[in-house]
Ligand binder design. Structure first.
Ligand code: SAM
Length: 360
């Protein structure tokens, strides 16, 4: 019965099975090492047998000085057809039956006596210490009471959560006031709740952004998938890490080389702001509000700029100057949702833009 339930959940959630590459995790995590000393890390969307997040923290447990590493496996994390495993050994029964479980590690020593402290010791611990791997009572849903108890215990949550539950996932982390580093999508910036947190400098973009590939189940049918060495991958062009952990890039000044001119920068027809096509074109001498692409978040230094709104919705930030009706344009709905530019006597809607201002 429980097995059937797990399978049903798995089928429903198949589209959430995107496995982060170890290289991408290492490339991002190396910018935050100082934050982890003495901390409890939780990976709460991570089947320890498959997740490179778990692998990264298990391998670096001592170097980072972690106090504890907790990983929980969701019932839906079934990718049996890929037979993926971060360990060399055949997967144990626990894994084959896909019972939701948690792994808690408080120490990594040379338990297998091979003269080195490495992933082999973690594997040995999992298989030989009955306190390390235990079954969860429920499905391992990050919103369940037992997983929330683990969240309460954690200092920092690091994972790639299910894309389809990004809003809920972030809301929960914020509610429990946890430090976090998670993978999302550039478009998440425009989500009402997420944008507010970005504007308030409660969350910000991580260091790396852009194209990233993920391993997916072999059965996955999507137009962004491809095979490589018998494994299936999906590539996304707009991956963004989100965090509330400080990193150096966030304090780097954006170099500006352009000067403002009315010929080059046009005011929106419905916002008291100029439209800037590319972040690199932000003029160094314009004191007013500027509409810049969403990707500005990757260059955002809160000491240099402030984010004052977004053109993607109503007039929540009081920066809109006009509401169109059908008298203005048959596309007045589109125009009201975004910044509009008057081009050759015709109003044109633009992409969602962040509204920013230079700090004096
Ligand atoms: C995008 S994948 C990433 C997996 C892993 N964190 C990684 O980065 O390789 C999201 C994972 O969350 C799991 N998941 C889906 N819904 C979940 C839920 N409600 N609670 C916990 N995990 C969930 C999926 O099964 C999937 O393995």
């Amino acid at each position: 019965m429980a097995g059937n339930t797990n399978l049903r959940i798995a089928r429903k959630d198949k589209q959430d099975e995107f496995y982060t590459q170890l290289e991408d995790i290492e490339n991002e995590l190396r910018h935050y090492r100082k934050h982890f000393n003495g901390k409890v890390v939780l990976c709460n969307c991570d089947d320890p047998y498959e997740s490179n997040f778990f692998k990264y923290f298990a391998m670096n447990f001592n170097q980072l000085g972690l106090k504890k590493l907790i990983a929980t496996c969701y019932a839906g994390s079934l990718i049996a057809d890929t037979q993926m495993s971060i360990f060399d050994e055949e997967q144990p029964e626990e894994k084959k039956t896909r019972v939701p479980h948690k792994i808690v590690i408080t120490e990594v020593t040379d338990v297998n006596g091979d003269g080195a402290i490495n992933l082999g010791d973690v594997e040995y611990l999992i298989q030989n210490d009955k306190n390390v791997l235990t079954r969860l009572k429920g499905s391992g849903d990050f919103r369940s009471d037992e997983c929330i108890d683990l969240l309460k215990e954690a200092d920092i949550v690091v994972t790639n959560p299910p894309f389809s539950l990004f809003r809920e996932y972030m809301a929960q982390i914020i509610e429990y006031q946890k430090s976090f580093l998670i993978i999302g999508n550039q478009n998440n910036v425009t989500y009402k709740e997420i944008f507010k947190l970005i504007m308030q400098n409660k969350i910000w973009a991580g260091v790396n952004a852009g194209a990233q590939k993920f391993e997916v189940p072999l059965s996955f049918e999507r137009n962004n998938t491809y095979m490589d060495n018998g494994k299936k991958y999906a590539k996304f062009g707009n991956i963004c890490w989100f965090t509330n952990l400080d990193h150096n890039k966030r304090h780097e000044e954006l170099d500006m080389y352009k000067h403002y001119s009315t010929a080059e920068y046009q005011y929106y027809d419905n916002y008291n702001a100029i439209d800037v096509g590319k972040t690199a074109d932000i003029p160094m001498d314009f004191d007013g509000i500027m509409g810049v692409p969403i990707t500005f978040v990757y260059k955002y230094n809160p000491e240099q700029f402030e984010i004052v709104g977004i053109t993607d919705r109503g007039n929540e930030y009081g920066l809109k100057t006009k509401e169109y009706t059908k008298v203005d344009s048959p596309k007045y709905g589109d125009l009201n949702r975004r910044g509009a530019l008057l081009i050759n006597n015709e109003l044109k809607s633009t992409f969602a833009k962040l509204l920013i201002r230079r700090k004096q």
